[in-house]
Design a protein around this ligand. Structure first.
Ligand SMILES: Cc1cc2nc3c(=O)[nH]c(=O)nc-3n(C[C@H](O)[C@H](O)[C@H](O)COP(=O)(O)OP(=O)(O)OC[C@H]3O[C@@H](n4cnc5c(N)ncnc54)[C@H](O)[C@@H]3O)c2cc1C
Length: 390
């Protein structure tokens, strides 16, 4: 399908802006953010100022309304510069997409989304829960109605940028009598939420995401409960788009490590060992990144096809592909970066040098935990029995 040239210009401009902001701001602050485990204030402000925080937000809400492929390009570009900032950007895009696509014309969430977008605010995701862990499709907590309002109190072990967020999107059971899987999404603005018992965030990687646990209590008008059941939102948007954009970020991080390794190889060829043959490890890196690139594009196409069907259920094949993307991206990017470490040697093992891949490797170890790979393997193992061959 041919895109209108005005839209194409907007898209290309946004991609160029992402490259510029990544180079001039994210890359400059990445090491400090990592070393001190601080929220990347300057980098997120730059993304807000340039409209990149609204990349996934439809134009009717004042966003850029970029297509999924463009979002993955931005995720990769930001990931190459600062993994934490890129992951915050990706998580926010997913929350925005969930509200924009599944509010079904419900005025209150739409107005809140538009005002958040206008103010450059971030929406945090509160799905993980004590006692339930990373099982997205079950909640212990529930919406408790009082008059025309509901309250939700959730004990969560991990919420990224909770202390900086302007709003929260929280999973909960529809009501106190609802089953664990009968969930809804509740959108709460910062001034409708209270955070208590905020824990520590002193982790191996993704240190700038500032994701400690806390108890969050929200008290909102019932109209801020999204009208679409969470089961549909998760299947059609939250799960596939998370896996697509997270994978794009992880691929970007690994591409940065690969770039550092290639620069190291060029340097050693120029200087010490000009006669040495090609280093086959560079080919292995290229092969792994190429396969991930292909898988990412395949899943983006499937996701866009699903979005075009008004009420279509994701097929078993699509569910398997989305999970495969996450499984592959979360582990293969680590292998790419480990190979880059071997190539860079001690210069790669040092922190904060031109050839260091330490931050990248530490950031990438979070990937297998962000919705545990064990859970996805279990789902895929079950789904494989339903798959048709021939
Ligand atoms: C950088 C980062 C940012 C995050 N940000 C957020 C956020 O903003 N909001 C949010 O809600 N969450 C967030 N999370 C949480 C994340 O998405 C996961 O849900 C969470 O890490 C899961 O925690 P867990 O590994 O302790 O729990 P679980 O997934 O419950 O896993 C616990 C253990 O059980 C095993 N296990 C679980 N299920 C199975 C199974 N079916 N088969 C076999 N073994 C199984 C796992 O392998 C693991 O050993 C973030 C995590 C990270 C690393």
């Amino acid at each position: 399908m041919t895109r209108p040239s005005a839209v194409r210009a907007g898209r290309d401009e946004m991609l160029a802006t992402a490259a510029d902001v990544a180079r001039t701001t994210l890359a400059q602050h990445a090491d400090d953010v990592d070393r001190n485990a601080v929220f990347p204030t300057e980098s997120i402000a730059a993304l807000a100022r340039t409209g990149l925080l609204g990349a996934a937000l439809p134009e009717r809400f004042g966003g850029a309304g970029l297509d999924t492929a463009a979002l993955t390009e931005i995720g990769r570009t930001l990931g190459r510069a600062c993994g934490s900032t890129a992951m915050i950007w990706a998580m926010h895009q997913v929350q925005v997409a969930c509200v924009a696509r599944h509010s079904a014309g419900s005025a209150v969430p739409e107005e809140l989304l538009a005002s958040l977008a206008a103010g450059g605010g971030l929406i945090a995701s509160v799905t993980t829960e004590l006692g339930v862990g990373g099982n997205l499709r079950e909640s212990r907590t529930s919406c408790v109605p009082h008059g025309d309002r509901v309250t939700v109190t959730k004990e969560t072990p991990t919420v990224s940028y909770a202390q900086t967020a302007d709003a929260f999107l929280i999973t909960a059971r529809r009501g106190p009598d609802a089953a664990a899987g009968e969930q809804v999404l509740v959108l709460a603005a910062k001034d409708q939420a209270t955070l208590e018992n905020v824990g520590e965030w002193n982790t191996m990687g993704m240190r700038g995401t500032r994701s400690p646990g806390c108890r969050i209590t929200v008290d909102v008008p019932a109209a801020q409960v999204l009208p679409v059941p969470f089961a549909d939102i998760a299947a059609r948007t939250m799960v596939p788009l998370s896996h697509i954009l997270w994978s794009a970020v992880w691929i970007g991080i690994a591409e940065e490590a690969a770039g550092r390794a290639v620069r190291m190889l060029r340097r050693s060829r120029r200087n010490a060992q000009p006669d040495r043959g090609p280093d086959l490890r560079a080919a292995a890196i290229g092969e792994r990144l190429g396969l991930l690139d292909g898988l990412l594009k395949l899943v983006v196409d499937g996701y866009d096809r699903l979005a075009r069907t008004a009420d279509g259920e994701p097929t078993t094949d699509f569910v398997i592909e989305v999970n495969n993307l996450k499984l592959a991206a979360s582990t293969e990017t680590v292998k790419v970066t480990e190979t880059a470490l071997e190539i860079c040697g001690m210069a790669g093992y040092q922190e904060h040098t031109d050839h260091s891949v330490s931050r990248m490797l530490r950031d990438l170890y979070s990937a297998r935990l962000m919705i545990s790979n064990s859970r996805l393997l279990e789902t895929n193992a079950t789904s494989m029995l339903m798959r048709r061959y021939g």
